[in-house]
Design a protein around this ligand. Sequence first.
Ligand code: 5GP
Length: 212
Amino acid sequence: MNPSDWIDVNTEKNHYSLDHFVIPDHYEEDVSSILIPHGVIMDRIKKLARMIVDDSPGPLVVCCVLKGGHQYFADLVDEIKKLRRINGTSVQLSLEFIRVKSYMNDTSSGGVKISLTDAELQEFKGKNLLIVEDIIDTGATMVKLLDRLALVEPKSVRVTSLLIKKTPRSNGYIPDYVGFAIPDAFVVGYALDYNEYFRDLDHICVISVSCI
Ligand code: 5GP
């Protein structure tokens, strides 16, 4: 997938007013605009699933990066299950969960904690891995996770991230499958949180300045 295939929501005109969609009352004051409505996310995931299935080398171990990646993971797995490869065969999936912590409030803490024991890591040896992440910001988390996974020599590793942030802080890491390129702002919703809030908001929204 080339960066030209990403959906670029980098311009102001892509932002939707809060009045255009339904927002839970408890978040109305806390978000400034809707960046990506839920329906658009779901439609984009169908396309990403199609690309992943077309490229899939065999049975896949789909690894959810928790917590933020769980909604994308769930919806992506649902879509992959509906699809068949070009040769008519289905893709066998097994599901794994990796807990990663890297953020304090709205800032990358620099320190990345990956909760994977050596025994759990060994499960990935010789397998085709698909890592499912919510967002790539600096890229530090993903580079660290991939370094750790490489130690057990998986057969292949592909990464999909629903979002990639256009930021000067990027270390240059680019995932194999990206849904949307977004501006350098702090976003919430669709399982992305701010101090554990907003995971229950369906749309991806820009957080209000007053909320941070
Ligand atoms: P990175 O290591 O690429 O800087 O950050 C990756 C992690 O930081 C993501 O998995 C996500 O948990 C968190 N993150 C980065 N940017 C945002 C953002 O705009 N909103 C939220 N909610 N989390 C973010």
